[in-house]
Design a protein around this ligand. Structure first.
Ligand code: ADP
Length: 570
């Protein structure tokens, strides 16, 4: 920049000085030529009234009158030179064709100016016609315009050189004055333009900077959002470059592959060593979608291979262990149901066969019929429970919750079971006087208490107790219910398992009491639907306490909670 300014400045100086010099030369030359013309004209006209003879006589008598600062030529009307004060007239050729002579002969005077190649000088002529027809011509030479230029050149060159030096220094100073504040300008923070002309630039930079900052913030926010999603999703996510290098991996990938080091930068083959998976990755990179199953550390994953716009591939790892287990549980449940249904049916058909064949002794007939009745009742109870469970699995009992007083429901259920308790010699007490409202479904909650209380009576001993107590938390209104009995108790190893479908601690006793093994599974399902929790503590031979916790009525949980099969066991 500095060099350009210097060069331009030098060129400008040289050009302007040359132009000025040329213009001045031209003006001066013109002025000079005009003066010259006027001078020779005046001199020629001085002798205009005289004849050639008179003139020559006068000049030879008094040579002092012959002008010596200019050439005077006397020419006869035919063009022959009669006299010349600078050369011998006889040596001159005929002048008749000279422009100024021709014109003087015609109109009385004539002027002309010619450039003499030989002399390299400019000559101006002025001719007048004398009364006798002869022509007197005055002539004076001057430097040609080129000569004038030639002579002006050295001083002009000197001036140009001088001015070029001054221009150089001035250009230096000027560029420094322009450039230095620019260099010193701070582009962070508020931009203060060093001079007014830079205000638009400063404004443009500020606007640009704000726009870039805005875009960067938006970008950072988007990146942060994506990172939050990636970091918090349970699914493993991998991004693979066109060359098969891992360019992004979320923390779940580390968990799935039990990685101790980051995998970014590694080839995908270091993670997926199975040839068919490597092949699917290759196909995804070639633009095709695929799915596959992967087993890692006793868990099962479904991998989705998808090509990514602009090259590369995305791999999504979905943990299907739970859903796989749920599927397995459903299959097991079906098998269990068939087994459970088959047992009473086998007894029924056995007794019925004996009776039908007439093989029973008359005294045994009533006993067999009673057995058939019992087994049928068990079968019906089983079918009822299975139907209820499948209904719970399907629609969580249907509809939304209403404000339900579980203390009242527990009391009502206890009343229904009072007779049974009395028959078993068990005292049944429900301590809830105060209403205990929760969001719930009365029919399901009645079923829940029926199962818990029935168990507490069934697995009790004569003279034993069953007590239901309620507690409401004043702070969050959650309701805790404890169903306590003084029965046979459950060994600790089975505390969790009793909630599984068809699980019984003591199979023979449970069968004897008509248990289906589904009561507690149903109870747990109902509690979970109500966003609650159920737990159990017990001591063998001393009794069992089942604790239920429900969120209070004020909470906004007014729809049943989704319950997955694994949550309630098989
Ligand atoms: P069941 O229909 O056989 O009673 P449940 O699911 O209600 O089935 O109970 C599962 C098992 O848990 C029962 O078979 C029994 O062995 C045990 N159990 C349940 N409640 C009690 C209790 N209050 N005291 C002792 N054992 C219990």
């Amino acid at each position: 920049m500095r060099a350009r300014i210097r060069r331009d400045m030098a060129l400008l100086t040289a050009a302007s000085i040359t132009l000025v010099a040329v213009a001045l030369c031209l003006i001066f030359y013109r002025q000079f030529a005009m003066t010259l013309q006027a001078e020779i004209k005046a001199r020629a006209e001085m002798f205009r009234e005289m004849n050639a003879a008179q003139l020559m006589a006068a000049w030879s008598a008094q040579p002092v009158f012959v002008p010596n600062d200019m050439r005077m030529t006397l020419i006869a009307p035919d063009g022959t030179a009669l006299y010349d004060n600078t050369v011998i007239a006889k040596t001159l050729d005929n002048h008749a064709d000279r422009a100024e002579i021709r014109r003087a002969r015609a109109v009385g005077f004539g002027a002309s100016s010619r450039y003499s190649d030989t002399l390299r000088r400019q000559t101006s002529y002025f001719a007048v016609r004398l009364p006798d027809g002869c022509i007197l011509r005055a002539a004076k030479t001057s430097d040609s315009i080129f000569a004038l230029f030639g002579r002006a050149l050295p001083p002009v060159a000197a001036v140009i050189t001088l001015l070029a030096i001054i221009g150089h220094i001035a250009a230096d100073r000027l560029t420094s004055r322009i450039v230095e504040p620019l260099n010193a300008m701070r582009l962070d923070g508020e931009i203060i333009p060093p001079y007014d002309e830079l205000t638009p630039l400063a404004r443009a930079i500020t606007e640009q900077r704000e726009r870039i900052a805005g875009q960067l913030t938006a970008l950072a926010e988007r990146t942060a959002t994506i990172n939050v999603i990636m970091d918090n999703m349970d699914e493993g996510a991998l991004l693979v470059s066109r060359q098969g290098t891992i360019v992004a991996a979320n923390p779940s990938i580390g968990t799935i592959f039990a990685l101790s080091q980051p995998v970014i930068g590694n080839n995908i083959l270091t993670l997926l060593r199975e040839p068919h998976l490597a092949e699917l990755t290759r196909r995804a990179l070639a633009g095709h979608r695929h799915e596959a199953t992967l087993k890692r550390q006793e868990r099962e994953y479904r991998i989705y291979f998808s090509p990514v716009l602009g090259g590369g591939a995305a791999l999504l790892f979905l943990d299907t262990t739970e859903s796989g287990r749920a599927e397995r549980l459903r299959r097991e449940f079906s098998a269990n149901v068939s087994h459970e249904l088959k047992t009473p049916l086998t007894s029924i058909s056995g007794y019925a066969e004996i009776l039908a064949e007439g093989l029973a002794r008359p005294g045994d007939q009533a006993k067999f019929l009673a057995k058939i009745k019992d087994e049928s009742a068990r079968l019906l109870a089983l079918i009822d429970d299975i139907l209820l469970l499948s209904r719970l699995d399907e629609d969580r009992g249907g509809g939304d919750f209403t404000e339900t007083d579980i203390a009242a429901i527990a009391a009502k259920t206890a009343a229904v079971l009072a007779e049974k308790a009395e028959a078993a010699g068990v005292s049944l007490r429900c301590a809830g006087q105060e209403p205990m409202p929760i969001p719930g479904k009365p029919s399901l909650l009645a079923e829940l208490f029926f199962n818990l209380l029935e168990n507490a009576i069934k697995y009790n001993r004569p003279g034993g107790e069953v007590e239901v107590t309620f507690r409401r938390d004043d702070h969050d209104r959650r309701v805790t219910v404890v169903v306590r009995d003084t029965g046979i108790g459950i060994p600790q190893a089975a505390w969790e398992r009793v909630f599984e479908r068809f699980y019984r601690v003591d199979t023979s006793r449970a069968k004897k009491t008509g248990g289906t093994g589904l009561g507690l599974a149903i109870a747990k399902h109902i509690v979970l639907i109500h966003h609650g929790e159920i737990s159990l503590t017990s001591r063998v031979g001393e009794g069992t306490s089942v604790t239920l916790m429900f969120p209070g009525w004020t909470t906004k949980l007014l729809t049943p909670a989704p319950v997955t099969a694994p949550a309630i066991g098989r």
